[in-house]
Design a protein around this ligand. Structure first.
Ligand code: HEM
Length: 407
């Protein structure tokens, strides 16, 4: 990879380039220093890179709307089509708040805490088969399959159909270098997933079971005019595809990233192995240092000013939390992976009205996955030459992380 610091060309940020997919952190540093409020002429978007700017923009949903979508492909699509998907992540208040309230009770730290035995059982079931092995793939064998199994159990997706959801998602999120939009296979996968969730909602309305999908067919929501009405099938399908998608891809990446970071920082891993009580702090540091969600997309609906530069109305704007969480203006030694770092805002879960609904679940899954890894694989090495990074929109991490036992 080229050393961008040594380059005299103007700072550029291309979220569909190999540089970004492989390691964006040198580029981020340059953007923060030289061009923190940036317009990309190739794709036609604005981007913010500094901690203070990213936090302020995240809080200002009146200026930076989610109603046009949250990735660059949807931000450049027809907003009416986006609205028809009925995803809370692509709604603004007050509609967003009313819809989010329908599911938020299921995801409170207390409600999630009650699921710990189920979550641990699922996680153990994927790691135990490798207890006597010398090697396994931390993503393909472990962090890929378990999160989708957990969220699908919570929702009520039938066994046998759960892993298909992450295969669809992998295709939907994949981007070829230089391409903002999904591949034809990705577009087809999105269609198939949408039809699958719609039919599942219709099926549970006909034959309710004791699960979240069935409960969503029964709840009523205030539409803002005082009228309470039930969710229609498309709205339920929207919840299922968002929860299934968000619940599946991100924890996969966090745990894969954890394996690589622990391999590169054995002193930090030793702390977790010796004292499992430090695992939650390790999860927070992985989220800061190498977060699965690198940026969140918005659409600027009115002019705003950052560092003397006007971000005009009418443009896709991305808030690069992956850069903000390495901003040397805010963090001491930001490029050092240090699980003893003082706690701070977890920007890795976003910030403001859309901050991650599944944060308590994500933290618990990640903590248990690392606890189990530390217990069963107290010393390991990652074969970095054979790791593979995903090329995904918004999501960063690995598809392959070969792990070998070290003695
Ligand atoms: C390590 C794992 C995870 C990370 C890094 C992560 C990250 C994020 C981020 C950055 C956002 C904000 C998006 C935006 O502002 O546009 C978000 C929103 C969201 N996340 Fe997560 N997430 C994780 C796990 C989960 C899980 C397990 C679920 C399970 C249900 C989930 C469900 C959601 C939902 C529904 C939203 C949208 C909330 C809203 O629009 O109000 N996430 N997540």
């Amino acid at each position: 990879m080229t050393d961008v610091r040594a380059s005299s060309s103007p700072a550029e940020f291309d979220p569909f380039s190999d540089d970004y997919f492989i390691d964006p952190y040198d580029v981020y540093r340059r953007m923060r220093d030289e061009c923190p409020v940036y317009f990309n002429e190739t794709y036609g978007f604005w981007a913010l890179f500094r901690y203070d700017d990213v936090c302020a923009a995240h809080k200002d949903w009146q200026t930076f709307s989610s109603g046009h979508g949250v990735d660059l492909s949807t931000l450049n699509s027809d907003p009416d089509a986006i609205r028809s998907w009925r995803l809370i992540i692509m709604m603004d208040p007050p509609e967003h708040d009313r819809m989010r309230a329908l599911v938020s009770r299921v995801f409170t730290p207390r409600a999630i805490g009650a699921l710990e035995p189920m979550v641990r059982e699922v996680i153990q079931s994927y790691l135990a088969p490798f207890d006597d092995a010398e090697t396994f793939d931390a993503v393909q064998d472990f962090s890929g399959p378990f999160p989708v199994e957990i969220i699908c159990r919570m929702l009520g997706v039938p066994e046998g159909e759960r892993q298909q959801i992450r295969h669809w998602l992998d295709l939907m999120l994949h981007r070829e270098p230089g391409q903002m939009d999904p591949t034809p296979e990705g577009a087809e996968a999105a269609m198939e997933a949408g039809i699958y969730f719609l039919e599942l909602a219709q099926e549970r309305r006909r034959r309710p079971a004791d699960d979240m999908i069935s409960r969503l067919t029964q709840v009523e929501v205030d539409r803002g005019d005082g009228q309470m009405t039930q969710l229609d099938d498309a709205e339920i399908a929207g919840f299922l595809s968002l929860l299934g998608g968000a619940g599946a891809e991100t924890v996969t990446k966090l745990v894969g990233n954890a394996a690589v970071l622990f391999h590169r920082n054995p002193d930090q891993y030793a702390k977790v192995v010796q004292d499992p009580g430090r695992t939650p702090a390790a999860v927070e540091e992985i989220l800061r240092y190498f977060p699965p969600s690198q940026y969140q997309g918005r659409y600027s609906v009115r002019d705003s000013e950052y560092g003397g530069v006007t971000v005009p109305a009418g443009y896709p704007t991305i808030l690069v939390t992956g850069s903000a969480s390495r901003d040397e203006r805010f963090y001491e030694r930001p490029d050092q992976f240090d699980i003893d770092r003082p706690a701070s805002l977890a920007l890795g879960f976003g910030y403001g009205v859309h901050s991650c609904l599944g944060a308590a679940l994500a933290r618990m899954e990640s903590r248990i996955a690392i606890e189990e890894l530390a217990r069963r694989w107290p010393r390991f090495e990652v074969d970095e030459a054979n790791c593979a990074r995903v090329q995904m929109s918004n999501v960063a991490g690995y598809s392959h992380v070969p792990v070998h036992r070290a003695r």
